[in-house]
Structure formats: C-alpha cells, structure tokens
Design a binder for this molecule. Structure first.
Ligand SMILES: [Zn+2]
Length: 198
C-alpha cells in the first residue's frame, strides 16, 4: 500500500511538471512570433488601421512607432521635430492628427467624405484621392491642437513648414524656400491645387 501511494505521488508530480513545462513552452512559443526589435518598438500592438496610417489620440511628431509618423518624408519629419522642440519652449505641444496614409486608408477617407458632403465635387474640397494626396506620399501632416497651428502659422516658415490650403489651418507641408522667401500664397482649398487635377 505504502509503495503504491508513493508511486501515485510521483506520477502526480511528473504530470504537474509536464503541465508547467508545456505552459512555459507555450509562452516561449508565443513570444517567438515577434522579434525582440518588434517587442521593444511595440509593433505587435499596432492595429490594422494604425498600420495603414490611422493614429490614436495624442500622438506627437516624436512617436515614430506609428507608421503614420514614421513614414513621413524624412525632411518633413526633421523640420517638424525642430519646430516642435522650439514650440515646447513656448509651452506648445504638436499633436499629429494625421500624417502618412496608405492608399487604402486614403480611399476610405474619400468614401467617408463623399458620404458626408453628399457629392464627389464637394468632397474634393476636403479630401484628395489616393493618387493625388500628399498624405499618401508622406509629404503632408495635419497638426493639432489650435495652439500648435497658431504657433506654426506664426513661426512655421522659419522651418520651411507652410499651410497650403486656406480652409485647412491644420494641414502643413514642407516648402524649403519658405525659410528665405516666406510661404507661398495659399490655395483657397485643395480643389484649386493643380496637383489635385491629375
Ligand atoms: Zn492634410
């Protein structure tokens, strides 16, 4: 009897060890789906929408774990970061409401705009196509909040950062010549921009 009891205990212990081993193996296996770099950057936590350029709230120009920020043209991003660093001295923080967008994301925004404004013509005053949007090419950024756009309106030209459309005080693009010549005149809205007529 005594011998059997001890056998049962040993079996139970072995089973327990097996369960623990399996659990550890499971965790290790799950972790190995992501590279160390991905885990450090937090890439695996990005949603499908974020991978296409959608951004959650309160993303700054320094948050390059988001493709919407990281995929901006390097010169634009550099100018934005310089400006944001100087604006911080004035107590102003730049938030990126939208930056780089995948063609699919841009298409979705255009569909939403057509539904909202009732026609393609009216939607074109606000949202470009995937073929023409400077957001898709990584050359445009929509900045918030109003204290940031007010700061940029005053100081952006020094960094080559210019508002392009009169109806979009948040939309900025890089115009390097602005550093010496000031920003070019604005278009009333995107439908007046020759780049949109392709
Ligand atoms: Zn924009």
């Amino acid at each position: 009897m005594k011998h059997r009891a001890s056998t049962r205990t040993t079996t139970r212990r072995t089973l327990g060890l097996l369960v623990i081993t399996a659990a550890v193996a499971g965790i290790v296996h799950q972790t190995s789906v992501f590279s160390v770099g991905e885990v450090l950057r937090g890439d695996h936590r990005l949603t499908t929408a974020e991978k296409g350029g959608s951004l959650p709230g309160q993303v700054t120009v320094f948050d390059d774990q988001y493709p919407g920020v990281a995929n901006l043209e390097p010169e634009l991003l550099k100018a934005l970061r310089q400006a944001a660093t100087d604006a911080a001295d004035d107590g102003v923080r730049f938030y990126v409401n939208s930056g780089w967008r995948s063609p699919e994301y841009q298409r979705k925004l255009l569909r939403d705009a057509v539904a909202k404004y009732g026609s393609e013509k009216e939607a074109a005053r606000w949202v470009a196509t995937p073929e023409t949007s400077p957001h898709v090419s990584g050359n445009a950024v929509d900045i918030g909040r109003s204290d940031a756009t007010a700061w940029l309106s005053e100081n952006g030209a020094r960094y080559g950062l210019c508002q392009i459309y009169a109806n979009e005080p948040w939309h900025y693009e890089l115009r390097p010549q602005a550093i010496t010549d000031g920003c070019p005149p604005m278009y009333p809205d995107p439908s007046h921009d020759p780049r949109m007529r392709r």
